[in-house]
Every structure is written in structure tokens, then in C-alpha cells.
Design a protein around this ligand. Structure first.
Ligand code: GLN
Length: 343
């Protein structure tokens, strides 16, 4: 009898504290949500840039594409497109740099729009990777690229965009101009030539995929489209607008919803999360926890789902080919503002 009574008391206390615990958790959750929807201001960006700019010293500008080696390692910039579409930026905001691998998410968008997701992913995997971006992955073993974020998958993605000659590239350029609302964006002919003349590893992947029938046609037009898309020049603000677009169901920062597609933005963000930073993606998911895509030009674009777009630029890279000071600025901002998906 006594025992039953104490059991009831214990259950009552547990239920009560449980209820209190739950409401506290809800309060914490609400305050975090408030924090993340807070707009990021100029003062915050200035201080984040200042605190992290010295990291360029530990990185190295990419020079395997000779033209990229000419970048100033001290250039640095950060930009945010807030939930309301307002842009705030700090540093070398006018500095143009090549988009490089970040173009892969745009190519993926167009390839899926034109062919459907099933048809694209029949030819490549959804896999994450422990391999660098230019690794052949399991092209030789399984006969298919690991994912559309590594070079092999990206070369194939672009080859799947319909049209002759330069058309696939032109579609990518137009989409970037639309998303950024910047008609002046174009590609750098010198970087393009530099990539085409030295990109023999990419050429190797292209020919393996031609050999296995994944890519059809003749000549190197389809490969050249990939080199051209990588050579598109943008600024950090353009890049933040790209991050915003995929964070917000493919709605542009000014509210234009011509390409509204939650299913597509979900697919692209999931690939950014698992492979956008190549073999560093797992560690990056642990520390930053947001879909992001880097390029060897020194840019990184970040999507904060349903909220904002963030971009950074600093051409000195770490051993994985990701901007080093850029990574540290993102990390700092994400921690300060509790932006991680897993926060
Ligand atoms: N154009 C570069 C290459 O093909 C893109 C690589 C990158 O940005 N990670 O090597």
C-alpha cells in the first residue's frame, strides 16, 4: 500500500517536472528562432571580417589553374542577404572572382528541371565523399560519378543540359544573371583559356564518361561548357543572393518567384550539405551545420534554410580547396547568431 502510494507520488513529480522541463525547452527554442530571424547588421559583419582576416596567412591561393594564382591572397569580403531580402556586406565587395565549383549547383538545377531528378541520378550517385573534388571517385569501379558536386558529376550534369555548342553554358549564365538580378555578369576568357589548356584531369574524366556512354556527342563542346561555367565572374553579393535563392525555395531575394520549387531547393541543399565542401563536408556539417558550396576561386555560398543567404570570399584555400578565412568567417557568424541547422 505504502509502495503504491510512493509510486504514485513519484510519477506525479516526474510528470510535473517533465511538464516544466518541456515548457523551458519550448522557451529556449522560441528564443533561438527569434535570434536566427534577427537581421544581421553591418557592425556584426565588420567585426567578423576583422577578427578572421588573418587566416589568409595559413592558406594558399590555387595555382593549378595558372590564371587563379594571380589572385591577391589578402582580398576578403562577406555578404548576407537577410530574410527580408536586404543585402549587407563588408570588405572587398566590388572585387570580382570566378565562381568555380559553385556553378555546379546552378548546373544541377537546370539539368534536373530539364530531365527530371530520376533521370539525372540514374547516371550519378547521391553519395558523400572522403575524396578531393578532382578525384575520379568510383567512375572506374561503378561506372558513375559519386555525386554532382565533385568534378566528374558536375561535368556530367552540365553535359545533360540540353542544347548544342555553347547553349548549356548560356543557360547557366542566364540563370546566374536572373538569380543575382545582375545582367553584367559574364565569364573571364583568360581563366577559361587557362582551365581549358591545363584541365587534363577533367578531360580524362570527360573521356571516361564518353567511353561508358554517359556523355554523347563528339568534340569537347560539353567539357568546354563546364570550363566556361567555372570561369563566370561574380562578387560576394551575387554569391549571397545565390545562397538566399536556394534557402528560400528558389525565390529570388526581391521576391520574384518565377522558379519557385521547394522540391528542387531541397535536393540542391541536401547535396550542398553532404558534398558541397568535398571531403571536408562531414566536419563542416559538425561545425557549421548549413548547406554550403565552395569554389577554388575563394568563394563559399551558404544557405540558411527558409531564412538567409551568406557568402564569403578570400582566395587563400585550405588543403581541401575551401577558402580558409572564408570558413572561419562563416563559423564565427553561425555561432554568434545560432544559425546551424542543429543548434
Ligand atoms: N574549375 C575547377 C576544376 O575543375 C573547379 C574546382 C573547384 O572549384 N573545386 O578544377
Amino acid at each position: 500500500m505504502n509502495r503504491t502510494f510512493s509510486l504514485i507520488v513519484a510519477l506525479f513529480i516526474m510528470g510535473y517536472t517533465g511538464a516544466v522541463g518541456q515548457s523551458q525547452a519550448q522557451q529556449v527554442a522560441t528564443s533561438r528562432v527569434k535570434d536566427t530571424t534577427n537581421t544581421i547588421d553591418q557592425v556584426t559583419l565588420n567585426s567578423i571580417l576583422d577578427k578572421n582576416k588573418q587566416f589568409f596567412k595559413q592558406g594558399k591561393v590555387a595555382d593549378y589553374i595558372p590564371e587563379l594564382g594571380k589572385a591577391n591572397p589578402q582580398s576578403i569580403a562577406i555578404s548576407v542577404v537577410n530574410s527580408n531580402g536586404r543585402v549587407v556586406s563588408a570588405g572587398d565587395v566590388q572585387q570580382k572572382f570566378t565562381i568555380q565549383s559553385i556553378s555546379k549547383i546552378i548546373a544541377l538545377m537546370i539539368a534536373v528541371q530539364e530531365n527530371g531528378e530520376a533521370s539525372v541520378f540514374e547516371k550519378m550517385g547521391y553519395f558523400g565523399t572522403d575524396k578531393p573534388f578532382n578525384h575520379f571517385g568510383n567512375l572506374e569501379t561503378m561506372g558513375k560519378p559519386l555525386n554532382p558536386m565533385m568534378n566528374a558529376g558536375a561535368i556530367l550534369t552540365t553535359a545533360l543540359i540540353k542544347g548544342k555548342g555553347e547553349e548549356a553554358f548560356t543557360k547557366i549564365l542566364k540563370m546566374i544573371r536572373f538569380i543575382t538580378k545582375n545582367e553584367e555578369i559574364d565569364y573571364s576568357h583568360t581563366v577559361y583559356n587557362s582551365e581549358r589548356e591545363t584541365g587534363h584531369r577533367n578531360r580524362g574524366m570527360f573521356y571516361i564518361m564518353r567511353n561508358s556512354g554517359l556523355i554523347d556527342g563528339d568534340g569537347e563542346d560539353k567539357l568546354n561548357n563546364y570550363f566556361k561555367q567555372c570561369s563566370i565572374e561574380i562578387t560576394v553579393e551575387d554569391l549571397a543572393k545565390i545562397g538566399y535563392f536556394f534557402a528560400n525555395h528558389c525565390i529570388r531575394y526581391d521576391g520574384d518567384n518565377k522558379y519557385y520549387d521547394p522540391n528542387l531547393s531541397q535536393l540542391i541543399q541536401s547535396q550542398m550539405l553532404i558534398a558541397g565542401m568535398y571531403e571536408f563536408s562531414g566536419e563542416y556539417a559538425r561545425t557549421v551545420g548549413l548547406p554550403s558550396k565552395s569554389g577554388v576561386g575563394g568563394g563559399i555560398t551558404v544557405s540558411v534554410p527558409r531564412k538567409m543567404g551568406i557568402a564569403v570570399f578570400s582566395p587563400a584555400l585550405d588543403q581541401h580547396g575551401n577558402s580558409l578565412a572564408g570558413y572561419h568567417m562563416i563559423l564565427d557568424l553561425v555561432k554568434t547568431k545560432h544559425l546551424s541547422l542543429f543548434d
